[in-house]
Design a protein around this ligand. Structure first.
Ligand code: FE2
Ligand code: FE2
Length: 171
């Protein structure tokens, strides 16, 4: 019996869809990194770049899982990400929205796995949850701190440096 038969088609398609979602998230972060870089926000740019690589790592894990379950991953078209933001606050508003959507998506995927009594997929998905909660909280946090300093001037430079240091330690 092929392993594949045990992976429900609806579950497989939802996991395959996640490949595109993680890749799109990566593209948005790459776009943000470039936007920040040409504005002198080099710390923020490194941080965004690090997040982009994180999303690509997630994407790879989904591809590997599908392959391990004997399902060939399919790659669809990725839409161009936004490339203009009015301010760092606006940029982080989009980041936190994306992270909240990704957190909800993880929860929905686990629901779907449970509906199909797919314990293996449930177990695979739970590895993403703590990190996704932390990423969501951090995006909210940076946004809030940018709001506190009014999103520019000396406060912005301090936050930029802090994000740059964080990106360095995580690299
Ligand atoms: Fe992700
Ligand atoms: Fe993320």
């Amino acid at each position: 019996m092929s392993f594949r038969k045990s992976l429900d088609n609806q579950v497989a398609e939802a996991l395959n869809e996640q490949i595109k979602i993680e890749a799109s998230a990566a593209f948005l972060y790459f776009s943000l990194a470039s936007w920040a870089n040409v504005r002198g926000l080099t710390g923020m740019a490194s941080w965004f770049r690090g997040e982009a690589h994180g999303e690509l790592t997630h994407m790879n894990l989904f591809v590997d899982y599908l392959n391990d379950r004997d399902y060939q991953a399919k790659f669809g078209t990725i839409e161009a990400p936004t490339c203009e933001w009015d301010s760092p606050i606006a940029a982080f508003d989009m980041v936190r929205t994306q992270e909240h959507v990704l957190l909800q998506r993880m929860s929905d995927l686990i629901d779907l796995a449970d509906k199909h009594k797919d314990h293996l997929t449930h177990s695979f998905l739970t590895q993403f949850v703590p990190q996704q909660i932390a990423d969501t909280a951090e995006a909210d946090d940076v946004h809030d701190r940018l709001m506190l300093v009014g999103g520019d001037g000396h406060g912005l430079i301090l936050i930029d440096q802090e994000l740059g240091r964080e990106a360095e330690t995580e690299a």
